[in-house]
Ligand binder design. Structure first.
Ligand SMILES: Nc1ncnc2c1ncn2[C@@H]1O[C@H](COP(=O)(O)OP(=O)(O)OP(=O)(O)O)[C@@H](O)[C@H]1O
Length: 247
């Protein structure tokens, strides 16, 4: 189980996240939703210890920062240098460096792990390509393959659905379902209010503080959304929610 208690972040005096507490059981897919600047990325980074944070993050009763090999993290697209001259194959192979070490040649098992991961996201045929030569959806699938090759127990995805095509979204949801059935924990941040929300076991609605948590249906109520988004909601939001959850 992942247990988060009073996790809070201050960026040199600027509050990035008010204290939040929640727990995630094995096999759960949890979404974090909220407006721009709500602290979604900050929360994911704080779980990993990438930003200075107060509070407790335990995985299986021990501090998560002592077990980072068990965590796969895919940052937001904007944080990745897509011009970096590296092939699809090598992006995924990099997930093996921790086990392999920098100077050992990859063995057969390592290559098979990379190949299997690329097959699962339907990207093996493009393994020679440079990542900069791929579409946004293909790039996202390569990073998903990298997370799979890491053979982690806990997966953190920052905005995985942003800018991806339907095929990629379907591949991602399929992989997420497989990982859940294996008892992995998955946490993702999202701006999406579409069908993908109904796939989540639980949703955290954030705006600096945790406004609501529970099933997507429990969380996506007009009152909660108004509290999180205020007047920025626009007019079509209730139609979107009804299409996602209540049809
Ligand atoms: N490195 C940083 N230094 C200072 N303030 C930061 C830093 N990173 C984030 N913040 C601030 O922390 C708050 C939360 O930002 P964060 O990026 O986590 O929000 P978010 O919900 O992920 O937003 P978005 O949906 O736009 O990605 C914002 O007020 C932001 O300006």
């Amino acid at each position: 189980m992942l247990e988060v208690r009073q996790l809070a972040v201050n960026y040199r005096g600027v509050r990035g996240l008010n204290p939040v507490s929640f727990a995630v059981e094995p096999g759960q897919l949890v979404g974090i939703i909220g407006p721009n600047g709500a602290g979604k990325s900050t929360l994911l980074k704080a779980l990993l210890g990438l930003v200075p944070a107060g509070g407790v993050v335990n995985y299986c009763t021990c501090p998560l920062h002592q077990q980072l090999a068990k965590v796969a993290y895919i940052p937001q697209r904007s944080q990745i240098d897509w011009d970096y001259p590296i092939t699809v194959w090598n992006v995924v192979m990099m997930a093996q460096i921790r086990q392999l070490g920098w100077f050992r040649r990859p063995n057969r098992a390592t290559k098979e792990t990379v190949e299997t991961a690329l097959k699962r996201v339907k990207m093996l045929n493009l393994h020679h390509r440079r990542i900069g030569e791929l579409s946004g959806g293909q790039q996202q699938r390569v990073f998903l393959a990298r997370a799979l090759a890491q053979q982690a127990d806990l997966f953190l995805f920052d905005e995985p659905f942003t800018g991806v095509d339907k095929k990629t979204e379907a591949v991602m949801l399929e992989v997420f379902a497989q990982l859940r059935s294996l008892g992995k924990i998955l946490i993702l941040s999202t701006h999406e209010w579409g069908q993908s929300l109904s796939q989540l076991d639980r949703l955290l609605l954030l705006n600096q503080s945790l406004i609501a948590e529970g099933s997507p249906q429990q969380v996506m109520t007009p009152e909660n959304l108004h509290q999180a988004y205020g007047s920025y909601l626009g007019n079509s939001w209730h139609q979107k929610i009804e299409t996602s959850f209540f049809c």
